[in-house]
Design a protein around this ligand. Structure first.
Ligand SMILES: Cc1ncc(COP(=O)(O)O)c(C=O)c1O
Length: 396
């Protein structure tokens, strides 16, 4: 038998999807499941984007330029301009989702055995992209007690070795919902400048920021031009996860030149989806205002309901649409399976994401879950009630 690579064997399973077989079995038994485990928004895609596809007169679905269509990149640069971020279209490479932007960024700045420091819990696929790139993740633990704020900067500094090439943050965070302050970004900027590292910020949730606080992008930080790499995506911003469009943004010319070689190797980002994504940039502000209002209501409903449950501790998210909750259980992986396999409340149950998969330090986050508030308020109330009833009867 030909053998699978070590890298292949080491690729982690998605902590979000690994419970799917249990959910399918529960559904076959006739149980109704509330899905709190996955970040697929139930929000409609902006009409301008859908219309652009419907009205397209394209006759040949050709490759686009490897860096993405110029007209699209020019409009993306204008979008950043509107958000007080000064970049040119030449600083942008369109990718197949933020996922490919992450892969290109890792490939462009890190070699086999290099290290990247990431505050955890973090978006679980950073582990997969690191494995695929032969890079070692060095975690810094952020804590639920601190609402998952940036850990003290000395904690990062202690971990820097000759192999360290970058620090990666997600702002606002998946799975924490934490929004880094300008002061926190400045601390990170100082340390990457001091040690000549890259600072990668995954800002795919930039628009999802609540409570009148504003998002401070690493691209706004003066003096960080050669260090800053932003990962962006249309997936959540316009509820266009299936378009598979994202982008890399950096003012570092060597980085962009290198990332472009990766982009050339895969020829082109999706052409039709770029047409939709370009049109999405004309989405009226009212769309975002409505979406934000909806998420704020959902977040408030969810957090309020969770806080009422005995023994549950929850961080208060300022952004994105996730939160981490600590449960009075020893092992949330087991609890999540049990909810699907062995429990129902009036024939309903919930699917949650065990949080251990969002940490790379073994044994951390075992009693935590991630909840995505991508369901309407009524469903969220019902889902939390089911969780509460489950906790009453569950035995570790
Ligand atoms: C933090 C974060 N980064 C990147 C991605 C990748 O998204 P996509 O490849 O759909 O742009 C996601 C998707 O959920 C995410 O949550």
């Amino acid at each position: 038998m030909p053998l699978i690579s070590n890298k292949g064997n080491q690729m982690p399973e998605s902590p979000i999807r690994k419970l799917v077989p249990y959910a399918e079995a529960a559904q076959k038994k006739g149980k109704n499941i509330f899905y709190l485990n996955i970040g697929q928004p139930d929000i409609k895609t902006p009409q301008v984007a859908l219309d652009a596809i419907k009205n397209s007169t394209i006759e040949t679905l050709a490759y686009s330029r490897s860096e993405g269509a110029e007209s699209y990149r020019i409009k993306i640069a204008e979008y950043y301009e509107r958000n007080s971020i000064a970049v040119s279209h030449n600083d942008i490479i369109v990718t197949t989702g933020g996922s490919e932007a992450l892969l290109f960024a890792f490939g462009s700045i890190m070699d086999q055995g290099d290290e990247i420091i990431i505050p955890e819990p973090f978006y679980a696929n950073y582990n997969g992209f690191s494995t695929a790139s032969g890079v070692n993740v060095v975690p810094v633990i952020s804590k639920i007690e601190d609402n998952f704020a940036l850990p003290p900067i000395e904690e990062f500094e202690k971990l820097i070795t000759p192999k360290t090439k970058a620090i990666l943050i997600c702002n606002p965070g998946n799975p924490t919902g934490y929004l880094y302050s300008k002061e926190e970004i400045k601390q990170l900027a100082d340390i990457v400048k001091k040690h000549d590292l890259f600072l990668i910020a995954d800002e795919v949730y930039r628009e999802f920021v609540y409570d009148d606080v504003s998002h401070y992008s690493i691209l706004q930080e003066p003096g960080l031009e050669q260090h800053a790499i932003v990962i962006d995506s249309v997936s959540k911003r316009y509820s266009m996860c299936g378009a598979r469009i994202g982008y890399l943004v950096s003012k570092n010319k060597d980085f962009i030149k290198t990332a472009l070689k990766f982009a050339q190797a895969r020829l082109s980002p999706p052409t039709l989806a770029q047409i939709a994504s370009e049109a999405a940039l004309d989405t009226p502000q009212s769309y975002f205002d409505d979406v934000k209002e909806e998420y704020v209501k959902r977040r408030n409903t969810l957090i309020e309901a969770l806080e009422k449950i005995d023994g549950v501790k929850v961080a208060n998210p300022n952004g994105a649409f996730y939160c981490i909750a600590e449960l009075p259980v020893k092992n949330s992986d087991h609890f999540a399976k049990w909810l699907l396999e062995s429990f129902d409340y009036n024939n309903n149950t919930v699917m949650v994401a065990p949080a251990a998969g969002f940490y790379s330090t073994p044994g951390v986050g075992l009693n935590q879950i991630r909840i995505a508030y991508v369901l309407n308020e009524d469903s969220l109330r019902t889902a939390v009630k089911i969780l509460e009833e489950g906790l009453k009867v569950y035995k570790d």
